[in-house]
Design a protein around this ligand. Structure first.
Ligand SMILES: Nc1nc2c(c(=O)[nH]1)N[C@H]1C(S)=C(S)[C@@H](COP(=O)(O)OP(=O)(O)OC[C@H]3O[C@@H](n4cnc5c(=O)[nH]c(N)nc54)[C@H](O)[C@@H]3O)O[C@H]1N2
Ligand SMILES: Nc1nc2c(c(=O)[nH]1)N[C@H]1C(S)=C(S)[C@@H](COP(=O)(O)OP(=O)(O)OC[C@H]3O[C@@H](n4cnc5c(=O)[nH]c(N)nc54)[C@H](O)[C@@H]3O)O[C@H]1N2
Ligand SMILES: [Mo]
Length: 782
């Protein structure tokens, strides 16, 4: 057969690329020509797009198909699936949704569907799930996200906005030009800058870090691992016990206060309540001075180093940046609030290259200089129920219908969920305490999932509908943190019988009589023009020239110029606090919050406070489980996406996730490089392959996320998924953010027979039937 090579522009969260297709097979993903630092994650795509793990046809869990009223939810994930034709599958879903709506109401349907889905904005599965369920009468949704859930609900009280944690921080241009000392709590791991939500046209972070280095800026990395220093950069590493940054920050403030290095003018003009906080720091309110010596006992950083850092930061233009991981922990509000208070004491907020920031290397594009114009957007519409739960309280909700919970000053009641609809997320990746999640997941009557691959979540559904991947449809992608918008051309025919999420929902909406509200009368081509039209309108209003859609589509991309002006967080507030007050009750930075005080939460008091996390190295539980488990983002993939791919496989050992352990901790347990180990605590156990890592401080282990959950029961996960070990509690009653970074574990060498990994085995699928056959009528007639 003659080879017919075609090339198509496309985009993923891990980068823009050209899809090279030969005879309907993706053979390569060539990085976008303007990307200076493409990600090797791209190399996983050809294998994954054509993998045997793709879901070929609609499939229904066997006992659910036979009699859904008798089917045990606990058997999810253990039974074979039966393939059915699309007409049967769509009718099953439409009828079941209609039944549950009629019998139990819209608030019995859980459609939060948290997850990253695609970079393409039109076919973004989560957005489409919302559109479909909202236009059909509504559902229970999820508020906030796993990435920065604690910050999202804390920062509005303190700063009047949570924009700084979304990436709107003092930009790299300002940092390179003005910052002299960059103190990075949680470090600046370039690993995480492979990713931009909505797609990276340009991986800009490495270039900006290099610019900053050339400018002579000094980097201080405060982290439990030296590996959080950017590769090849000269940095000063200060090891710190996990979850204790707040204590160190309080001690930095203490040093500034007692040595009279704080900026009293800044505090007086721009802050409220600093005096009450200072009373706490100096020990006037509780009898304990938060001195450097006090902090050393908690965070392990020598007192002299804390004092020296405080003096150095006060003497020069300094920027404090905190990785998002710091707030993904029990009491994760505190390090963020304390960082703001510390920056206030230093008095450089609103000055070029000074103050505080978040996430400078948590994701590519944070601090990337870019004009403040819109990115392509698809609207989800409005949920008519108005009902949502804090994003990470999913298992709590499923296990405790009718129970009350506190959140951001209010009290909510968990709804009684009968049906879960999920598309574009992997809760058996993202949720904590997965053995608890398994129990929670057994409760609803029906679970419907759209997926492209047989992920752990797809395998635990009752009805699975096969979704196309981005390469099998036309789309438009881009991020508000990136200077490029990409045309995403359909490069491949849909795999087997897979369909676009958009079309699946359109057909379901037609069956239920809300097709027009769902589609607004537009098909794929019309939606792309519509999304582009709104973008063009926004850019033109800001004075940017924008070509017509056809020209954009032919060229494959749009580029925004790099702005001349530096972006400095809160510069106008600094210049004129009367004219540009913050949107807080006082109009100022709230170091003490009357509003939070009024909520009366002991787990989030009215000013930054050192609160012991439920699990940390200073906890009683550390006697039994003496290692703090960190679960960083994986270098070789995005979350669980492409875990079965080439790049991810190259970082596995014995087919399992690697766990990093310090040399003394390994030696004490007789663990050698490459050994299989068991990591365990009271919540569960998983296997992993040990890497003895001199970068890690003793007492800390790191197991990156992303290994597909592989367990038959709660006793052992075989593949290295850390979420069987993590803690499923809210960070506090204020924000209810997730707390995956607060977990203690023990490790031992694996001895005994080695179980095989089954994560990448597709489930058993029984011969199905096509539309119109006897069994299908029987199935539908229930
Ligand atoms: N222990 C621990 N756990 C964590 C974290 C941590 O730090 N530690 N981090 C948390 C964070 S920050 C996040 S953001 C979450 C991420 O959690 P998720 O976003 O749930 O993780 P992904 O693996 O990206 O899941 C996306 C799923 O969507 C599917 N998908 C992709 N495109 C499409 C499509 O077009 N249609 C359909 N139907 N499906 C599609 C993919 O195959 C994949 O299964 O994890 C959280 N979990
Ligand atoms: N390659 C890749 N990149 C990604 C992702 C991915 O899946 N893969 N996911 C993306 C997503 S959705 C998000 S939200 C971001 C998350 O971005 P982050 O939250 O910044 O990422 P993490 O890797 O969880 O944490 C960064 C570092 O914080 C350190 N750390 C952990 N706990 C503590 C602590 O208590 N104190 C201090 N000082 N340091 C600590 C760890 O050593 C870790 O390497 O990453 C994004 N980037
Ligand atoms: Mo995230």
């Amino acid at each position: 057969m003659p080879v017919n090579t075609q090339r198509f522009p496309s985009l993923s969260h891990w980068g823009a690329f050209t899809a090279v297709v030969e005879n309907d097979r993706l053979v390569a993903c060539e990085p976008f020509r303007y990307d200076p630092a493409p990600s090797p994650i791209l190399e996983s795509m050809p294998g994954m797009v054509h993998s045997d793990l793709r879901i070929a046809r609609p499939a229904v869990r066997k006992s659910w198909l036979r009699d859904r009223h008798q089917a045990s939810g606990a058997a999810r994930g253990t039974e074979p699936f039966v393939e059915v034709g699309w007409d049967v599958a769509l009718k099953l879903v439409a009828d079941e949704l209609a039944r549950v709506r009629a019998e139990h109401g819209a608030t019995s349907i859980f459609g939060g569907s948290y997850g990253w889905s695609s970079a393409g904005r039109l076919h973004h599965a989560r957005t489409l799930t919302h559109r479909f369920l909202y236009t059909g009468g509504g559902c229970v949704d999820q508020a906030g996200n796993y990435s920065w859930g604690a910050a999202q609900f804390l920062l509005p009280h303190i700063l009047g906005t949570y924009a700084p944690v979304t990436g709107r921080v003092t930009d790299w241009k300002s940092v390179a030009a003005h910052t002299r000392l960059l103190v990075a709590f949680g470090g600046l791991p370039l690993r995480n800058t492979q990713i931009t939500s909505g797609g990276a046209g340009e991986h800009s972070a490495p270039r900006w870090l290099e610019r900053a280095r050339q400018a002579g800026l000094e980097f201080v990395v405060i982290s439990p691992t030296r590996a959080d220093a950017p590769d090849g950069m000269p940095v000063r590493w200060i090891p710190i016990r996990p979850n204790t940054d707040t204590a160190m920050m309080l001690a930095l403030v203490h040093t500034l206060l007692v040595e009279n290095l704080h900026d009293a003018d800044f505090i007086g003009t721009y802050c409220t309540g600093f005096d009450k906080f200072a009373d706490y720091v100096l020990g006037k309110s509780d009898g304990t001075a938060k001195s450097a010596a006090w902090a050393e006992g908690i965070c392990g950083v020598p007192a002299a180093d804390i004092r020296a850092l405080a003096r150095q930061a006060a003497a020069t233009r300094s920027l404090l940046t905190c990785a998002w991981s710091l707030q993904r922990a029990h009491h994760g509000e505190q390090p963020y609030w304390a960082a703001i208070a510390l920056a206030a004491a230093l008095g450089q907020i609103g000055l070029p290259g000074g103050g505080f920031a978040f996430g400078h290397a948590s994701m590519n594009g944070v601090g990337n200089p870019r004009p403040g114009v819109a990115a392509p957007e698809m609207s989800a519409g409005r949920n008519p129920t108005g009902c949502s739960i804090p994003v990470a309280r999913t298992a709590d909700m499923l296990l405790n219908p009718g129970a009350q919970y506190e959140f951001n000053g209010g009290t909510g009641t968990y709804p009684d969920i009968k049906l879960i609809y999920w598309a574009g997320g992997n809760p058996f990746h993202h949720h904590q305490d997965l053995n608890r999640m398994v129990r929670a997941w057994s409760r609803p009557e029906t679970i419907i999932v759209h997926e492209s691959w047989w992920t752990p979540t797809a395998r635990r559904a009752d009805i699975v509908l096969p979704a196309t991947t981005t390469l099998e449809r036309n789309d438009i992608g881009g991020s508000s943190r990136d200077r490029y918008v990409l045309a995403m051309h359909q490069a491949l025919p849909p795999y087997a019988q897979s369909r676009n999420d958009f079309d699946i929902y359109r057909e379901l909406a037609a069956l239920a009589g809300h097709e027009t509200p769902y589609t607004e009368g537009r098909d794929e081509a019309q939606w792309l023009r519509h999304i582009y039209g709104k973008l063009a309108q926004n850019w033109r209003a800001a004075g940017m020239p924008v070509p017509e859609f056809e020209e954009f589509w032919r060229a494959g991309y749009l580029e925004l110029p790099e702005p001349e002006r530096e972006y400095v967080l809160f510069d106008s507030f600094r210049q004129d606090p009367e004219a540009h007050p913050l949107q807080t009750p006082s109009g100022k930075i709230e170091i003490y919050s009357e509003r939070i005080a009024a909520f009366g939460y002991d787990d989030c008091p009215a000013h930054p406070t050192w609160l012991e996390p439920a699990e940390w190295l200073g906890a009683k539980a550390a006697e039994r489980y003496p290692l703090h488990l960190m679960t960083p983002q994986p270098a070789d993939k995005l979350h669980s996406q492409l875990d079965a791919g080439k790049t991810s496989a190259s970082l596995k050992l014995h087919g399992r996730q690697r766990v990093y352990i310090s040399p003394p901790d390994a030696a004490r347990r007789g663990i050698a490089e490459g050994d299989l180990v068991k990591i365990y605590n009271d919540r569960g156990a998983c296997m992993a392959a040990a890497v003895v890592d001199p970068n890690l401080m003793p007492g800390v282990v790191a197991l990156p996320t992303g290994a597909w959950f592989d367990a038959d029961d709660a006793t052992l996960e075989r593949h290295g998924n850390p979420n069987v070990l993590t803690l499923d509690i809210g960070s506090s009653r204020l924000t209810q953010g997730p707390s995956p970074q607060s977990a203690l574990v023990e490790i031992c060498k694996w001895d005994g027979p080695v179980p095989a990994v089954h994560a990448f085995d597709a489930p058993a699928i029984e011969p199905g039937f096509e539309d119109g056959q006897a069994m299908s009528r029987q199935a539908i007639s229930h």
